[in-house]
Design a protein around this ligand. Structure first.
Ligand code: ATP
Ligand code: MG
Length: 555
């Protein structure tokens, strides 16, 4: 089904490790989100890689919450992440892992490094530290305290833990190399003092480990074999290796970096997404315009389409910008196969069929899905009063316009030919209603006398129609790479990203449950929103029908 190439440099490394019998042939990966926001489409790329590689190799993938930075973390995010991972179809076993469960073991590892003379307590303020650290062109120099005895360091570190010092008064540093060309190896901080409540550990700790110290240990404690992260971490890899080597883990996990997903017309930074939510620029984390998985889901995206998108992205070491049109292509392809078709009119114009008996209703047969014969057919009421799309009529049609116009005939989808006989306008000249006639001989969509009509339009019968709200979505930002230019990303929001319409739909739509995904013929794919009430269904447009991706690819 996928057009994707199913190997990449990471899969080749894993295959080579298995062939060499490394790790006893086992593969254990992890997906380590920080519970400080909702997952987005970029995380889906990481999930597909982490869980995908494990599954393909008979291994397991841990869902591990990287909850070592207590200030921004919350159980709301934990729950949403668990939901999103399940929704995508990834299986992490009965329970997720939490980095904070290892705080005691991490602390022990820090003491071990101190005992080996590989870590020390440093009293410098961040400003003072700057002077010793050097920069990319100047090597650093020996800071005071670096040569403290093991005993003194152990004592100070224990007192840090016991809460004897103010926040920020001291840190624990690795004793590596103040002259390393890699700044991350110039005695990086391992622990800092921070009196903040942790959402799982409460007030048990007032020192917290830094990411670079914690992450490799989490991987090692869990027996991870291959640890995948995005490219910006490649400069942290020597520290990852340093910590695990010096603590004697053998065999130990290895880190491999791949290019993150960047998507056009989209921001993916959690800080920016949070800002959109906090400032009510969108309806919430699950706004259908958000690149979050909850947003995409509410918009009508399927997990299958998202996985297919990730498969087509491939995994490389080159940063690039992915065209949003590819994501849209994947959902279109999926929904084309499985969404039932319905008739709905988004901008209704009334049509009265003068020669159709008043009060009579007949039922026409509609094909539910031309791509799937098993989907069957349904009955669609037809009568004297209809709605058609306002754009399917023009008082003065230009050349090449084959839909309705004064005196012109058009085919109604699944129904008759109708001819526009009269145009009723209001005082401002705006078209209010059309009076038409139908040809009873054309019920099957063709005329016995062989006359042709070029246009076929959709419609709904007025007295049986449901009325609902259609939310038509467009890209959230109007520039390709929001937030990268001179202006604030908020100024680059697309003011027309959501348009609300009152629409008329065929009555069969009323029976569908929230979350249903359908095609409104000629208008796109839609998904029934949780904001719906029985009186007022709300349908989100997932995507229109025009496939700019396929067009670019010459398909
Ligand atoms: P932020 O930097 O905005 O806080 P993050 O990327 O650090 O977000 P995490 O929760 O730490 O968010 O990410 C969990 C995992 O998802 C990491 O392994 C990270 O590399 C991966 N990931 C995050 N964003 C992307 C992306 N755009 N493309 C691919 N992988 C991503
Ligand atoms: Mg992170």
């Amino acid at each position: 089904m996928t057009e994707a190439n199913n190997t990449d440099f990471i899969r080749e490394i894993v295959a080579a490790d298995r062939a060499a019998g490394n790790y006893g042939g086992k593969v254990v990966t992890r997906f380590p989100p920080e519970p400080n926001g909702y997952l987005h489409i970029g995380h889906a790329k990481a999930i597909c890689l982490d869980f995908g590689v494990a599954a393909e190799n008979g291994g397991v993938c841990h869902l591990r919450f990287d909850d070592t930075n207590p200030t921004k973390e919350d159980t709301e995010y934990v729950d949403s992440i668990i939901d999103a991972v399940h929704w995508l179809g990834s299986d992490f076993g009965p329970e997720p892992y939490y980095a904070s469960d290892y705080f005691e073991r991490m602390y022990d590892c820090a003491e071990q490094l101190i005992r080996k003379g590989l870590a020390y307590v440093c009293d410098l303020t961040p400003e003072e530290w700057e002077k010793y650290r050097g920069d990319s062109t100047t090597p650093g120099s020996e800071p005071p305290g670096r040569s403290r005895s093991v005993e003194e360091n152990l004592d100070l570190f224990r007192r840090m833990r016991a809460g004897e010092f103010e926040d920020g008064a001291k840190v624990l540093r690795a004793r590596i190399d103040m002259t390393s060309p890699n700044i991350h190896l110039r005695d990086p901080v391992l622990y800092r003092i921070r009196r903040v409540h942790h959402f799982r550990q409460g007030d048990r700790w007032c020192i917290y480990p830094m990411y670079d110290f914690a992450h490799c240990l989490e991987d090692a404690f869990e027996g991870i074999t291959h640890s995948f992260c995005t490219l910006e971490f490649d400069i942290h890899r020597p520290l990852y290796d340093w910590v695990l080597e010096n603590l004697g883990f053998d065999p130990r996990p290895h880190q491999y970096e791949f290019a993150r997903l960047n998507l056009s017309y989209t921001v993916m930074s959690k800080r920016k997404l949070l800002q959109l939510v906090r400032e009510n620029r969108v309806r919430g984390w699950d706004d259908p315009r958000m690149p979050t998985l909850v947003g995409l889901r509410r918009r009508g995206y399927t997990p299958e389409a998202i996985r297919e998108f990730c498969a087509r992205l491939g995994v490389t070491r080159f940063n690039s910008l992915t065209d949003l049109a590819l994501l849209e292509h994947c959902i279109r392809e999926d929904l084309n196969r499985r969404a039932s078709r319905y008739l709905a009119v988004l901008d209704p114009l009334k049509v009265t069929i003068r020669n159709y008996p008043e009060g009579k209703i007949e039922y026409l047969e509609g094909i539910n899905n031309p791509e799937d014969p098993a989907a069957g057919t349904r009955s669609i009421p037809f009568g004297r009063e209809l709605y058609i799309e306002r754009s399917d009529f023009m008082p003065e049609p230009p050349k090449g316009y084959y839909r309705l116009a004064p005196g012109r005939e058009v085919r109604l989808r699944y129904g008759y030919f109708i001819r526009c006989e009269e145009v009723i306008t209001d005082e401002r000249g705006e078209v209010r209603e059309l009076i038409a006639t139908y040809d009873p001989e054309t019920r099957g969509g063709s005329a016995p006398d062989g006359r042709k009509v070029k246009g076929t339009i959709h419609w709904v019968e007025a007295t049986h129609a449901i009325t609902g709200e259609a939310r038509l979505y467009d890209r959230l930002f109007s520039v390709e790479q929001p937030g990268t230019g001179e202006v604030d990303f908020l100024e680059e929001l697309n003011p027309a990203s959501e348009q609300i319409r009152e629409f008329k739909g065929e009555p069969a739509l009323a029976a569908l449950p929230v979350g249903s995904r359908v095609q409104f013929e000629r208008q796109g794919y839609f998904c029934l929103d949780p904001d719906s009430t029985p009186e007022r269904p709300v349908w989100n447009r997932t995507v229109g029908l025009k496939d700019s991706w396929a067009k670019q690819q010459g398909k």
